[in-house]
Design a protein around this ligand. Sequence first.
Ligand SMILES: Cc1cc2nc3c(=O)[nH]c(=O)nc-3n(C[C@H](O)[C@H](O)[C@H](O)COP(=O)(O)O)c2cc1C
Length: 189
Amino acid sequence: MNNSQSIVDIIKSRRNTKQFVNRNVTDDELCILLDAAVWAPNHRNIEPWRFFVVRKDSSVKSDIANGLIDIQEKAVGSPSSKIQKQRIIEEVSNYPSLVFVYSLVDDREEMTEENYGAVCCAIQNMQLVATSIGLSVGWSTGKMSKLQNMHSVFGITEKLKMVGVLTIGEAEDSVDKVRTSYEELTQWF
Ligand SMILES: Cc1cc2nc3c(=O)[nH]c(=O)nc-3n(C[C@H](O)[C@H](O)[C@H](O)COP(=O)(O)O)c2cc1C
């Protein structure tokens, strides 16, 4: 197999993952992903990515749980019960390692958009390298990316836009996905 063939295989076998086996991803493994991330293309070499790593056993998990409880309470308009809170706390403590990924916001909308594009490329680098070393990534722009308290928890002072919260671990099982062929989506002139 030549190199370009193996890259295509990795691209096609990468899967967005939500279920992980119970094992701690090492800092070394996370560093391999982060190192790949910062080699993503980025216009004007702004390097607009910012990463905040929350290890599986980090105390920051309790801030995440509190933020999720807050979202839940605002959504239903009443305080959560002890059982509901406990369920969220347990769910968060079971999450694998997390990487919160943000992109720099600029006064010029065009640059903010370019920065966002670059950070998406950085995340894809992480996903592909994860796949190549037997790990998987889940990319979330759901509730976890909307936590109100994380800017202060992380001590963020720059103007940043959330691009995704990545859950990183070893996938519990493999999932098959299909894609529409490029032939249906491409016009040649
Ligand atoms: C910008 C972006 C945001 C995403 N947000 C979520 C999300 O909030 N929750 C989720 O389950 N998957 C999310 N995903 C993952 C997609 O759902 C996933 O890529 C899609 O189902 C295709 O599956 P595959 O990545 O395994 O090929 C997101 C992907 C992208 C690119």
